[in-house]
Write a protein that binds this ligand. Sequence first.
Ligand SMILES: [Zn+2]
Length: 199
Amino acid sequence: MTVACPECDLMQQLPDLEPGGKARCARCSSTLATRPTDPINRPLALTVAAAIVFIIANTTPLMGLSAVGRYSSTTIGGGVYEMSQQGELITAVVVAFCALVAPGGYILFMLTVLLAARRPPVPVWIGELMRWAASMQPWSMTEVMILGILVALIKIAELATVAPGIGMYAVGAMVVLLAAVGITFDPDEFWKRVEWADQ
Ligand SMILES: [Zn+2]
């Protein structure tokens, strides 16, 4: 396969890489290609961990609230409901999307893709799903999600004195795990396993 170096544009032939191998540009030595040691099982393990943490983050209290001598706690969903009740509908929708819909959808999508890729050949519709997801990428950025979660926390913190709960740590762990899934998942390795459409 011939590729152009992303840094200096030098055209060169790529060798077949060993698992864990890396190809560098002959002229500027920037990385041309890498081949992960375990392209499917490692991101899959991280995705399963993220799914577990996602469930914990949404079922345990995000934080304990102590207001006017009353102690209560709230989950992400509870916080969203509270915000919509207080007339902050737009904030509620943004927070629900960033903290619930986006990470949940991403985890489901990665589980589908990775489980399908474990047993090649991968059906063509999974390839379609990947292409669709690539066009959605700017909307599922972890940074956007973290921002949404931060807004949620600040909004909830306005209501009362807060003490971080288990859910808060779960959210932190989830953000780290989702970033790790993104780093370990290699779309090229995935595409090698997809069935050709005209076969
Ligand atoms: Zn180069």
